[in-house]
Design a protein around this ligand. Structure first.
Ligand code: CU
Length: 414
């Protein structure tokens, strides 16, 4: 074959296009790598690899590359048709094999998700009802995983086995009542069981009968952009009345001190709760809707302005025990906001400490009352000698920004 003929052959031309595209890409990559290598002393590529733009460009580049290959193959096919030659590439077979490969890669992806990310999930529930919630989630997960795997095997294996074959004609099979019944009744029954189970679990969490020997400890939590304010009931065990109309710079929660029950209420910085004792959180908000969320206890309820919502739960594992169980000495329970309530939403984190009853009694005795002499003056109540005149609630208790947060804020200002 002469050189002219060789160059003229369309097949070779297509391959040349692919080779050129590949070579250009690798050349470009090498240049970029060399450039990055030379500048590596001054340029930190870390932020680049973390930017969305980088991956968007990478994705677009990949799409372009695939499009070029597609076009080259199309040219190859068209030239074969023009020359009255049989089809060069059996696309049905390629697609069928791709379906089979997709199934294998996809199933491995499922296995990877369950093992790698599965290890990153929350530790065991640290509350009584949390065990039930986890059980319900696990049953749902097992059922849906089985269904997911079986349906996907059917979907991709059928696509592979019954790919187009000109020697075979598809059997026309429009309807089958028995089949319709099976795939309607079975999912309906399974879903009904899951829903009823969820309903029973929900009722057992929200409709509790008070045990006179183990009465719940009421704690009020008020959300505000962007912090949580805590109020403990004091010796009387009753959290006193408040009224949003009484909110002032001094009386930040709007406590109504005409109600005697408010006088021993304590304002605290930390949420400390005794183990194995029911805790009744009285949740409300001063401004927008926040989400009272304590993932380790499987507790989540909205904090609404203008109404109080309640969540009663019993913590079963102390912080110290959980540190031993998770093999992490730095482990902490946390209270978070689960509603994107504004720019400082991410910063609404509070540490929660579960302690023994003795440790709790010792801690609560040291907490200051919400009322102080400034408030007593304002409400014409007799003054008291107070060593710690200022309650924490009257001060700015928004958590101070950590170094990482400050860095982010500086980055945003740039
Ligand atoms: Cu919030």
């Amino acid at each position: 074959m002469s050189l002219g003929k060789f160059i003229n052959k369309k097949t070779t031309a297509c391959l040349a296009v692919i080779a050129t595209a590949g070579a250009n890409t690798s050349l470009f990559a090498q240049e970029a790598a060399a450039g990055a290598g030379a500048a590596s002393k001054t340029v930190d590529m870390g932020p680049v690899y973390k930017s969305v733009l980088f991956y968007t460009l990478l994705f677009l580049l990949l799409c372009l590359f695939i499009a070029i290959i597609g076009k080259a193959l199309r040219v190859y096919e068209l030239t074969r048709t023009a020359q009255d030659k049989p089809e060069g590439i059996n696309w049905n077979k390629i697609n069928a094999v791709l379906f089979a490969l997709f199934l294998i890669v996809g199933l491995y992806g499922v296995y990877w998700e369950y093992t790698v990310h599965g290890n990153m999930i929350l530790p065991e529930a640290a509350s009584e009802h949390g065990v039930q919630v986890d059980k319900m989630f696990n049953i749902t997960l097992i059922i849906t995983t089985i269904v997911f795997i079986l349906t996907h095997i059917c979907l991709f294996v059928f696509s592979y086995l019954y790919r187009h074959n000109k020697n075979r004609r598809a059997y026309f099979y429009p309807h089958n009542n028995a089949l319709e019944r099976v795939w309607t009744i079975i999912p309906a029954l399974v879903l009904a069981v899951l829903v009823v189970m969820g309903f029973i679990t929900w009722r057992s969490i929200f409709f509790k009968i008070v045990d006179p020997n183990n009465k719940p400890l009421s704690i009020e939590v008020t959300a505000q952009q962007f912090a949580w304010y805590l109020r403990y009931p004091g010796a009387d065990g009753v959290v006193g009345v408040k009224n949003y109309k009484m909110v002032t710079g001094l009386n930040t929660l709007g406590i109504d001190f005409k109600d005697k029950n408010t006088h021993d209420d304590q304002a605290t910085e930390e949420l400390v709760i005794p183990v194995n004792r029911p805790v009744r959180m009285m949740i409300n908000s001063k401004d927008v809707i926040h989400g009272f969320y304590m993932p380790h206890f499987r507790v989540q309820l909205l904090a609404n302005p203008g109404m109080v919502t309640f969540f009663e739960f019993t913590p079963t594992v102390t912080t110290v025990d959980m540190q031993a169980k998770t093999n992490d000495p730095a482990f902490k329970y946390v209270l978070l906001c689960s509603q994107i309530c504004g720019s400082g939403h991410y910063n609404m984190q509070r540490t929660v400490r579960v302690v023994t009853q003795e440790e709790y009694d010792e801690w609560i005795a040291k907490q200051p009352t919400y009322i102080n002499n400034d408030l007593r003056k304002r409400f014409n109540l007799p003054l008291q000698a107070e060593p710690n005149a200022t309650a924490p609630a009257a001060t700015d208790s928004i958590p101070k920004d950590s170094g990482a947060v400050r860095k982010n804020q500086l980055a945003l200002l740039k």
